[in-house]
Design a protein around this ligand. Sequence first.
Ligand code: CAA
Length: 287
Amino acid sequence: MTIQSIGVLGAGQMGAGIAHVAAVAGLDVRVADADRARAQQGIDGIAKRLQRLVDKERMTPAARDGALARLVAVDGIADFKDCDFVVEAVSENEALKRSLFEQLDAACKPEAILATNTSSIPITRIAAVTRRPAQVIGMHFMNPVPVMKLIEVIRGIATSDETTAATVALAERLGKVTVTARDMPGFIINRVLMPMINEAVYALYEGIGTVEDIDTGMKLGTNQPMGPLTLADFIGLDTCLAIMNVLHTGMGDTKYRPCPLLQQYVDAGWLGRKSGRGFYTYGADGR
Ligand code: CAA
């Protein structure tokens, strides 16, 4: 199947990033959120980022206009009926995702592939609510989507080879590199990344070093672009905690227990950059 038109469900940070790279790659993109106004807000944010690329002479005005012309805000899932491929990028809530996949299955044409950008919810469980589990797959983009090269492709137990091949081909069209993971807790990226972040929080909790010591140590000592506590703030401490809980419950191994300090920060509403406070404090501009 040739993929030309894609639906992006969720116009937040991840959904807008996905819509951005798809439109720049020449695909027709329909963006939906809880309502059309929110979908349009996501597109307005993309327009600002594309303008910054034009200002830096990284993109021509014609390419910006072409991408913006391919982005359309729609009212909801019913408007995805002609899409060849849909990527769902709503918040990490399994009940919500399952309900949306039921609606996508009812609205989308039978041959359409339905992908989820989940960072840790089992693909197999999401696919099971549809009548097309062979055409349901995980497509895990990294944040910030326009910058990060990787897409982790996750096969549910029923995902077909054809669906996997079409998803990998689409990812390549978006200019990304893929790795393929089995549908096990945390897949590959978060199985490795989150225990590292959680361990950094333990190092802070046990007073081994300050926030700055831990981040500078890991940044300069292991050549990471951001220290683990800065990265945790960037991802969102609630998301980090939710993924640690998925690993802990899913693997049944105490080595994945979330650090009590991480739990306490989330309880306090200190969620990182998005709430203005996490391991660091942030101004309105996110710095
Ligand atoms: N959207 C689009 N572009 C962005 C961006 C955003 N949100 N944030 C930064 N950029 C661009 C900047 O415009 C800049 O572009 P140019 O080089 O063209 O000027 C470039 O990225 C570098 O940005 P900065 O100079 O402002 O800052 P930096 O050099 O510190 O880079 C960073 C920022 C790319 C985010 C870098 O710090 C980094 O790679 N951090 C690690 C990110 C990471 O690990 N992400 C994965 C998280 S895990 C995940 O997403 C999965 C999960 O399930 C939790």
